[in-house]
Design a protein around this ligand. Structure first.
Ligand code: SF4
Length: 259
């Protein structure tokens, strides 16, 4: 199913109550796995669930999730929990991602409170599948210095740093408060007016540096990683993780602007 086909089945009100501005944008967001059809209050529940099932069947992400679950099944959670910063509870792994707690069953099913998108399931399963082992170095490095980061550096800047810069330019205080809610703390030891330290996953801390526009220079965002980040996730998954952060902030900003 493509975005136009899905769009035609939506109510067409363009009201934004699904946290996406238009029905077309919502259709694309559903197909990207970032929204669930149940987020549209005007779509009858039965229709939303039938449509969602059909989107899932044709979605490569669902196939990837099934494949990752098979790999995760063969991993001993007891052996890796400490290495990846997870808690072991009744044979489940308890992991925090973007300030939210997830329970991962030995067979790879994931549970959390509230809505969960495919991208977060892929990330968590991928993080477990890789189960890197390293002590955080406390040495901050740019994305392009991570393994294979150079090849994808322009995608990282375009899809992660630029959208975050735009959000910060428009609503610095609101984004700062969202980052704090996600667990970020401010650091003074960096040469930027704003420096937030945030754990996206237990072994993936980031430092978000923001320079607002001034008389001489445009605004700028730089996201730094602990030099061990590529032991726990590959360069592509790291982009995925940061895109998730940006999306999370966008949704929270929309909710704040309505309240
Ligand atoms: S809530 Fe439903 S009707 Fe409104 S924009 Fe979203 S998809 Fe369209």
């Amino acid at each position: 199913m493509n975005a136009i086909q899905l769009y035609k089945k939506l109510p067409g009100k363009n009201c934004g109550e699904c946290n996406v501005n238009t029905c077309m944008a919502f259709a694309m967001s559903v197909l990207q796995g970032l929204s669930e059809l149940s987020a549209c209050p005007y779509l009858p529940e039965k229709e939303a669930s039938t449509l969602q099932a059909s989107v899932r069947r044709s979605d490569w992400r669902e196939r990837l999730i099934r494949a990752l679950r098979q790999e995760v099944k063969n991993i001993s959670f007891k052996d890796i929990a400490e290495d990846i910063g997870a808690e072991l509870r009744d044979n489940m792994l308890i992991l925090k991602c973007l300030g939210r707690e997830f329970s991962i069953m030995p067979e790879g099913d994931i549970h959390t409170q509230g809505h969960m998108t495919p991208w977060v399931q892929i990330l968590l399963l991928h993080y477990i599948r890789i189960h890197g082992k390293a002590k955080l170095s406390d040495r901050w490095t740019s994305y392009s210095e991570l393994k294979s980061g150079m090849v994808k550096a322009s995608s990282f800047a375009r899809d992660c740093e630029e959208p975050l810069r735009a959000l910060l330019d428009n609503s610095t205080d609101a984004v700062a408060s969202i980052l704090r809610r996600l667990g970020a703390s401010h650091r003074d030891s960096f040469p930027a007016p704003f420096a937030w330290h945030l754990y996206l996953l237990p072994r993936i801390p980031v430092m978000i540096l923001y320079w607002p526009q001034d008389d001489e220079f445009d605004s700028k965002v730089k996201i730094l990683f602990d030099s061990t980040a590529d032991i726990f996730l590959d360069a592509e998954a790291i982009i995925f993780l940061l895109e998730g952060l940006v999306k999370n902030i966008e949704i929270q900003l929309r909710v704040m602007s309505r309240s």
